[in-house]
Ligand binder design. Structure first.
Ligand code: RUQ
Ligand code: CUA
Length: 667
């Protein structure tokens, strides 16, 4: 806080100076023009003038320019869509800091190219089927008391319904889990306020357990699903045995959020396709996009997770493919699930910072609908006789709705700041709506109303605000994650990057300003969370020499200097190697075709950033060995020949000499 306040006052000072100087520039315009004409590019006014920069541009520059060596104040963790990764981006500079491989092999980090981390990718295989990519959507930072704690990051794979755990001490993926009862997700990941559970909502209705059922039996044989993954902070892993799921009606559950403060213990998911349309345009049925939006309402799902946990612990779940699932009928009997009508084609369900309101957008409705948690509780207590087709109680809309605010076309997702404003992305308008939350604790003085719209380029999906999903958002910065960039950047052919736009939301009223456009290549970041940088405590180097990042402990196999070498037991060859600038020991590895090779490499480096690589041609092995790290890999020597292995990181003046020969004799 101190740091940020100091920095913002600095920024303010510089901004004041800039404004004064620019005013002077206007007064002394002839002089400035003269210097521009004389081509004097030594002063910044001339440069600004020559580049056609406005005063607002200069303000944006001052707010984002980060000279070499100055650190960013925030880190944004953004999904990378169908690239199956996570991006770490510094704010306000919008500099890309790190790519974290999650579901997709990535050679720079040696992820999936031979090292122990192959075993993490393998956890994500389904029934032995290798799945070597993912469609990452919604990253979630771990929370303590509703505030990001900077320890863990979770992210879901929409395509195959998997969830990954990333350790923020080394920014690496440690675990991938899959609920064998279901095969896709979307409404997740997000965490309960103390990260007891990582919640993964499903998306498209499916027969449970990956079974076959004809689509004509959709209403009887297909389900929705939400999975509650129990997280164990001590082990840093999801505990499969303590995790469970709930069967839901076969509506398409969409985006979910966790209750906090007053609503802690509850989960809210919007859904669409209450029509239970099954498509089949080729058979003369309405196409999905029409069938799914035919009805006037969809359903907000209101789930009592505390009660669901009690039912699971009391044995109320059934085994589906080895995973415990609470059947829909059990949920109804035990009052675990309620529905409330939503305007047509809703999208997003975002809980306000105090946990008292749930904001739901509507792709085809210009309003955001605000549900009151208190009213939901009152309506549940009062009871309802209305149910959906499956017998799930439906609360009357007027009994739970606080208000609806008209924002514009295509409202999707809502995030929050520290001034009592909410921000909703308007997909069709290509704008961000700032609106006031007209309730106690927010901006009662302004009422519920639209304040302004900031045009964005173009077709915004999610928004991310600084500490925006916590119980106490920071405000200041908002990022619009735009799906299209069209004309914002130089052309790269028909495939264009997405555009992340940084927006200044520090000033009240209609003073919002786009500060920076960041092209993102490598697939579409769907969602992001932004954490104060000083909450992250990443390691500079691995804590001890011989560290295995997969187990986060010293590897008993780690090699110490002086014990390197090649040993043989029948056809099994063991290679024990150390690396340190600027050599690999041993440099000669001589084996026989047909050998099975188990190779351990330990970096004995302790200097920060002294990373070595290990590339072994033909055998598809590439490793990144960070200071202190120890890596094991295995392969069968199926081809004889001489293979020059070498370090892939330019680590020292004698980096090119950091190599050796693997000599495989023919049999
Ligand atoms: S959803 S653009 Cu995959 Cu997060 Cu709304
Ligand atoms: Cu080690 Cu290059």
């Amino acid at each position: 806080m101190m740091f940020s306040r100091r920095l913002s006052s600095k920024i303010f000072l510089v901004a004041v100076v800039l404004v004064v100087v620019s005013a002077l520039t206007l007064v002394l315009a002839p002089k400035a023009i003269t210097s521009a004409q004389s081509g004097d590019t030594s002063d910044w006014q001339t440069i600004a003038e020559q580049r056609g920069l406005t005063e607002a541009d200069l303000r944006a520059a001052v707010m984002t320019y980060t000279p070499s060596g100055m650190m960013d104040e925030y880190v944004m963790f953004a999904s990378s869509g169908q690239a199956g990764q996570v991006l770490a981006i510094g704010l306000p500079s919008m500099r890309l800091l790190r790519l974290i491989s999650v579901f997709t092999p990535e050679s720079w980090q040696g992820y999936g190219y031979g090292a122990d981390n192959n075993s993490v990718l393998k956890q994500g295989y389904i029934d032995g089927q290798p799945i070597l990519w993912g469609d990452t959507h919604h990253p979630a930072l771990s929370e303590t008391a509703g505030d990001y704690d900077g320890q863990w990051l979770f992210i879901g794979d929409k395509s195959s319904g998997r969830v990954a755990v990333i350790d923020l001490r080394d920014f690496e993926t440690k675990q991938i889990v899959h609920n064998p009862a279901f095969l896709n997700d979307h409404g997740g990941t997000f965490v309960t306020p103390n990260t007891e559970y990582i919640v993964e909502g499903g998306q498209y209705g499916l027969p449970m357990g990956g079974e076959y059922a004809p689509i004509s039996d959709y209403q009887t044989s297909y389900s929705g699903m939400i999975t509650f993954w129990k997280f164990n902070r001590d082990t840093g892993r999801i505990d499969m045995d303590q995790s469970f799921a709930m069967q839901l009606p076969p509506y398409w559950q969409d985006l979910c959020d966790s209750g906090k403060s007053v609503s802690e213990g509850w989960i809210f998911c919007n859904s669409f396709n209450a029509e239970m349309a099954t498509g089949g345009i080729e058979e003369g049925n309405p196409p999905f996009e029409a069938g799914v939006s035919k009805g006037a309402v969809d359903y907000l799902h209101i789930i009592n997770i505390k009660a669901a946990e009690a039912v699971f612990k009391a044995g109320g779940a059934v085994d589906v493919n080895g995973f415990m699932v609470i059947p829909l009928a059990t949920s109804i009997q035990n009052n675990l699930l309620y529905l409330a009508p939503e305007p047509r084609s809703p999208h997003g369900a975002d809980v306000a910072p105090h946990g008292d309101f749930i904001m739901v957008g509507g792709k085809l409705d210009p309003h955001v609908s605000v549900y009151s948690f208190q009213k939901i509780q009152d309506a549940i207590a009062a009871g309802t006789s209305e149910t959906d087709t499956f017998g799930v109680p439906v609360l009357a809309l007027e009994s739970v709705l606080e208000t609806q605010v008209e924002l514009g076309l295509g409202p999707l997702h809502t995030v929050f700041d520290d001034q009592g404003y909410a921000y909703t992305s308007l997909f069709l308008d290509s704008a961000v709506a700032r609106w006031s939350i007209g309730a106690e604790g927010y901006r009662p003085q302004d009422g519920w109303k639209l304040i302004n719209k900031t045009p964005v380029q173009y077709n915004v999906g999610h928004l991310a605000a600084a500490e925006g999903d916590t119980a106490s958002p920071d405000g200041r910065f908002l990022v619009a994650l735009n799906k299209w960039s069209v004309d914002r950047f130089l052309s790269t052919g028909p495939l264009l990057p997405q555009n992340l736009q940084l927006i200044d939301i520090s000033r009240p009223g209609d003073q919002t300003q786009i500060l920076y456009d960041m092209p993102i290549t490598g697939a579409e970041p769907h969602y992001a969370q932004i954490i104060k940088a000083d909450k992250l405590h990443a390691w500079d180097v691995y804590p001890e020499v011989g560290w295995n990042p997969t187990t986060q402990s010293v590897d008993p196999n780690a090699v110490t200097q002086g014990t390197e070498g090649v040993t043989r037991d029948g056809n099994n060859v063991i290679v024990r190697m150390t690396v340190v600038r600027s050599h690999m020991t041993p440099e000669h590895v001589e084996i026989q075709k047909g050998d099975h090779v188990t190779w351990t490499i330990t970096s004995v480096e302790r200097a920060r950033d002294a990373t070595h690589g290990f590339a072994l041609p033909f055998y598809n092995i590439n490793l990144s060995i960070e200071p202190g790290e120890s890596i094991n890999f295995e392969f069968d020597a199926t081809r004889s020949g001489v293979f020059s292995f070498y370090c892939t990181e330019f680590c020292s003046a004698l980096h090119l000499e950091m190599m050796g020969y693997l000599m495989i004799k023919p049999d």
